[in-house]
Design a protein around this ligand. Structure first.
Ligand code: SF4
Ligand code: SF4
Length: 180
């Protein structure tokens, strides 16, 4: 597990408890369905006995020094950790928001690209389907290298629109809850 930013907690966020599918003997829930154990203001009603997968999966907002505005329930963006070892950051964009047009978002993505990371963009489909994902590194590079936040946002929104029309495949997860 990646080391976490000290003194940072998930607070009221439960975005991963909705976005990430689980297929475990004790807890199975499809992509995009909020886990029935999640509580309204954030947190988990079975926290002390939650599955190992829930104890060890953290979005990169818990790992990387980024402002509070990046918390996924505020930004609408979950930074997925999978792929990081291969040099890829996946921005799972739950919902387009003004956050995507902010300088902070543009500058962070620009820095990751300057660091040599690949940028993947992922969007959710209907509940119970596998998200659509595309490597957007080369696509976004010209706006990043031009230092053009408006051009970057226009490209990103066009990509999100294209991904939203993807033929989403069912994830095949059958929901059941038996944590005890
Ligand atoms: S998405 Fe990140 S901040 Fe939100 S609950 Fe999951 S790990 Fe915590
Ligand atoms: S068991 Fe708790 S931590 Fe795990 S997905 Fe459900 S609400 Fe989230």
């Amino acid at each position: 597990m990646l080391p976490l930013v000290p003194d940072r907690t998930c607070g009221g966020c439960t975005e991963c408890c909705r976005a990430i599918p689980l297929s475990l003997p004790e807890l199975s829930k499809p992509t995009g369905r909020l886990c029935a154990y999640a509580v309204e203001d954030g947190g988990c009603s079975v926290h002390a006995i939650r599955p190992e997968a829930c104890r060890t999966w953290f979005c990169l907002w818990r790992v990387v020094e980024l402002p509070e505005s990046w918390r996924p329930d505020r930004s609408g963006v979950i930074l997925r950790p999978d792929g990081l070892i291969e040099g890829r950051i996946t921005l799972h964009i739950e919902r387009p928001s003004e956050f995507l047009g902010g300088d902070g978002f543009f500058l962070a993505v620009s820095q990751w690209m300057a660091d040599g990371l690949h940028i993947a963009i992922s969007v959710p489909g209907p509940v119970g389907t596998v998200p659509a994902i595309a490597d957007a590194t080369d696509y976004l590079r010209r706006a990043v290298e031009a230092g053009d936040p408006a051009g970057f946002l226009a490209l990103l929104l066009r990509l999100l629109d294209s991904l939203s029309r993807h033929d989403f495949e069912p994830d095949g997860v059958v929901e059941h809850y038996a944590v005890k």
